[in-house]
Design a protein around this ligand. Sequence first.
Ligand code: NAP
Length: 285
Amino acid sequence: MTVTIDGKELAKKIRANLKIECEELNKKEIKSKLAVIMVGDDPASKVYVRNKSKACEDVGIEYEEYLLDSNISQKELIDLIKKLNQDNTVNGILLQSPIPSKLDINEAFKTIAPEKDVDGFNPTNVGKLVLNQDTFVSCTPYGIMKMFEEYNIDLNCKNVVILGRSNIVGKPLIHCCLNKNATVTICHSKTRNIKEIASKADILISAIGKANFVTTDMVKENAVVIDVGINRTDNGKITGDVDFENVKEKASYITPVPGGVGPMTIAMLMNNVIKATRRQKGMKD
Ligand code: NAP
């Protein structure tokens, strides 16, 4: 029987535990704060930022938002990040992507202090992930790994195929899975024979951003199917990359969209903010 992985419920459980942890910190007069920077007014980013602020409120993390005009200069952006790095009341810094293309996002990520880099995009933290050292793992891959853990899905010796090689999902996921002894293949727009490669996966993870990209003929019988995609259909419905209704007949585990990876991403961001706070106060995780 297919198990639908309930990311919403799991995220709720994680957030409830974090709320207790936050209350314990407050008793010790320790506050936790996330600063979010958004440049411009990308509609999707606005929704993501709002969801992050709600999650902070729910868990008890203080939230500070910097909404910057799209005409801001690179120097102004970097100066703000440096100021937040120095601010002892700020424990986590998140730069919401995308930012206008005239700005250098890589320099911005590099400027975020590694110990406040709760999104895991600073090259130091990315390097630590590659080296299998303790670090802040970017929140979507981290959320997926947490789902595997909670549902007892063992990656050891498994064939994992990842569709999509973005810096925020596909690339960090390679190392998360490799660090758990999986054999990992990553596909992108220049990959030949995606169907054939995908259909050999014990675990198939799609982060492409195209509705119904993953069809039943791409899925091995009893494969685990993780759908990262968020796509809006013509009638305004949110859907993933996977043809859920048909693929679920074949998969052993599958994540829905909405209610799968999305809520886990935010829960792991909250987890990273609390982790950053504890570390900055010299406490154990
Ligand atoms: P992205 O930066 O646009 O990357 C998309 C990747 O898909 C690229 O590597 C691209 O290949 C590949 N691709 C596109 N069309 C393809 C095709 N026809 N065949 C094979 N590969 C193809 O996207 P992203 O930021 O990783 O996001 C991917 C999706 O996940 C989006 O729908 C996004 O909204 C969603 N997302 C969800 C969450 C969540 O929390 N649930 C978090 C992040 C993203 P090239 O590199 O060759 O161009």
